[in-house]
Ligand binder design. Structure first.
Ligand code: PHE
Length: 340
């Protein structure tokens, strides 16, 4: 019996040494020490021993059990420790490494300038209106006094979706949509920022660009109001020393029409490369809303007048920051964008 016990012990220890997982160790525990385990089986057979032998064999059996138990606990602890260390090594967490630096984003220069323009006009009592980029021929042209065969349509060649649906070439259709919605209420005082599209692509033209439209309709609005508003805008946008001048121009939806120049932001008007030595930079088109446009939009042109203007956000951004190629604004090169 003694031999049997020692053999059990030896086998148990050997199996433990070869165990590679906590499950295996647990199986060994069950196999030897469990209710139906080998050692338990032997102990049950002790009843057959003589009274002299029983204490001696009992003692050996207890020693064997303690030994197996001790070794099992030992192996389990060591295996747990190893598993933990392997896990940590796999994670390779080094808390002394420098942290990840997250790049902070910032607003695109076109967004900065659009918001600045909005701020200025909100300060002058205008509110912000919007219209669709996919627009009807009617709003983009027809209702702006540009009938189907009008030659001025050539200057704004665009992308047609169907014969009557197109990508808007300017933000002016928002004038009409706003007046239709508001008429006959007065006053109308809105600006309309947004994307516009034209068949154009070079260093100063992009097939997609941004405009901000302006519209004021009320009794007794005059060109002096237009001049005053745009002078305030120019001073707030480009600095208090900025001067403006109006040059006669033509748009089918305004009469009279004008182009507005500001004194050159680079040379202050003395003449330089940026202003082609003229001292002036063109920034927008404008005029008094054509009576026919007022009528088509639901206003009585005998009672009310209005002014309108449209400016290019890219152009104003380029002038404000001295950017010489429009395409830089759309290439999304971080080295460029980080400068703003
Ligand atoms: N819509 C014109 C353009 O895109 C600009 C403009 C707007 C002119 C409003 C007069 C009045 O060129």
């Amino acid at each position: 019996m003694e031999q049997k016990l020692l053999r059990i012990q030896a086998r148990a220890l050997e199996e433990m040494a070869g165990a590679k997982s906590l499950e295996e160790l647990n199986e060994i525990r069950v196999r030897y020490l469990g209710k139906k385990g080998e050692l338990t089986g032997v102990l049950r057979g002790m009843g057959a021993l003589s009274p002299e032998e029983r204490p001696r064999i009992g003692q050996i059996a207890n020693q064997v059990r303690d030994k197996i138990e001790e070794k099992l606990n030992d192996s389990t602890a060591r295996l747990k420790d190893r598993i933990k260390r392997e896990k940590l090594a796999a994670e390779s967490l080094d808390i002394t490494l420098p942290g990840t630096v997250f790049n902070l984003g910032r607003l695109h220069p076109l967004t900065v300038v659009t918001r600045r323009i909005e701020d200025i006009f909100l300060g002058l009592g205008f509110s912000i209106a919007e219209g669709p980029e996919v627009e009807l021929d009617y709003y983009n042209f027809e209702a702006l006094n540009l009938p189907k065969d009008h030659p001025a349509r050539d200057m704004q060649d665009t992308f047609f979706i169907t014969q009557e649906v197109l990508l808007r070439t300017h933000t002016s259709p928002v004038q009409v949509r706003t007046m239709e919605r508001t008429a006959p209420a007065l006053p109308v005082k809105i600006i309309a920022p947004g994307k516009v599209y034209r068949r154009d692509d070079d260093a100063t033209h992009s097939p997609m660009f941004h405009q901000v439209e302006g519209l004021a309709v009320d009794r007794r609005i005059t060109m002096a109001d237009l001049r005053g508003v745009l002078q305030v805008f120019a001073e707030q946008m480009f600095g208090p020393e900025t001067r403006t001048r109006f040059r006669p121009s033509y748009f089918p939806f305004t009469e009279p029409s004008a182009e507005v120049d500001i004194s050159c932001v680079m040379c202050g008007g003395r003449g330089c490369r940026t202003c082609s030595h003229t001292g002036w930079l063109e920034i927008l088109g404008c005029g008094m809303v054509h009576p026919r446009v007022l009528e088509m939009s639901g206003y009585n042109s005998g009672e009310v007048t209005g002014f309108a203007f449209g400016m290019g956000v890219e152009r104003i951004t380029m002038l404000k920051y001295g950017i010489d190629d429009l395409r830089l604004l759309f290439e999304n090169d971080m080295r460029f964008l980080q400068q703003f």
